[in-house]
Design a protein around this ligand. Structure first.
Ligand SMILES: Nc1ncnc2c1ncn2[C@@H]1O[C@H](COP(=O)(O)OP(=O)(O)OP(=O)(O)O)[C@@H](O)[C@H]1O
Ligand SMILES: [Mg+2]
Length: 267
């Protein structure tokens, strides 16, 4: 099980309370509240346009919440500048891949390592001892993650040369390199084949169990969500319509209605 440190005892790792976000006339999030326990895999599901990515963008401080509050690890997120997020302990992958495509796999992962440990321009340029040590540690961590994600054979190749499924794992490795406490995954199964989705489920479990990282997952693949989640939060038009274990939300009438009424039926 999770090896997450116990300083979180008694309080959730993430608490979203009454968060609303508007874009002109659209209410993308409407008074959303839910909690993520440390060591859990929590999924956020809902039809297209339900507000899932909007919440991730609030958590990453890309969007400002119109109202409400988000508390991460006991600290209100809204007071933190965006560039501090990696240091704070929230990592993410994007619905559309965000990688440096001409750079190698290992260099992309090293970017993630460095988002946590800023060596500083002068120290790096002058090659002071501290910089060399930090660089060596980063290289070692990047190599470990590349092996963990089964990318060892392509570590030196430009990301652009790799198949889509491998590129998605590079993005995951880069997010993990910053050693987050909470990992936000926005549709990691999108574009993967059946077999790759199965392996992704295992991988997300391993990230929680072996790296001790709490996971918040946005995903349309219901088999994946229902198979690995401790808790599922269901959104529809920005509003939470259900929140519970996979078994509880699966039989919730409003959830059935939202999915059967929408274009994507629950698989
Ligand atoms: N930057 C923006 N400007 C204007 N409207 C936006 C913006 N971002 C999101 N929206 C709108 O907010 C609503 C929620 O969008 P969001 O991307 O959060 O949905 P989603 O649940 O992630 O959907 P999907 O499953 O298709 O990724 C949608 O109506 C969308 O058009
Ligand atoms: Mg989205």
């Amino acid at each position: 099980m999770s090896t997450h440190p116990s300083h979180n005892e008694g309080r959730p790792l993430l608490a979203v309370e009454g968060v609303s976000v508007r874009f002109g006339g659209i209410v993308a999030l409407d008074q959303l509240s839910f909690e993520v326990e440390s060591g859990h895999i929590c999924s956020l599901i809902g039809p297209n346009g339900a507000g899932k990515s909007t919440l991730f963008n609030c958590l990453s401080r890309i969007y400002e919440c119109g109202s409400g509050s988000i508390t991460f690890d006991g600290q209100p997120i809204s007071t933190l500048p965006r560039h501090r997020m990696a240091v704070t302990g929230i990592g993410r992958t994007f619905q559309n891949l965000a990688l440096f495509k001409s750079m190698s796999v290992i260099d992309n992962v090293l970017v993630g390592c460095h988002s946590r440990h800023q060596v500083g321009f002068l120290r790096a340029t002058l090659r002071l001892p501290g910089a060399a040590r930090i660089e060596a540690t980063a290289q070692e961590r990047a190599r470990e993650l590349i092996d963990f994600l089964d990318l060892g054979a392509v570590a030196g190749r430009p990301v652009a040369d790799l198949p889509f499924g491998s590129q998605k794992r590079v993005e995951l490795a880069r997010a993990l390199a910053a050693q987050p406490k909470l990992l936000l995954l926005d549709e990691p199964a999108c574009g993967l084949n059946h077999e790759e989705v199965g392996r992704l489920g295992e991988l997300i479990r391993n990230i929680r169990d072996h790296l001790g990282i709490t996971v918040l997952l946005v995903e349309h693949q219901m088999n994946l969500v229902m198979g690995i989640s401790d808790k599922v939060v269901v959104l529809n038009f920005g509003r939470k319509i259900a929140d519970g274990t996979p078994a509880e939300v699966r039989r919730h009438p409003e959830v059935i209605q939202a999915y059967l009424g929408g274009e994507r039926a629950a698989a």
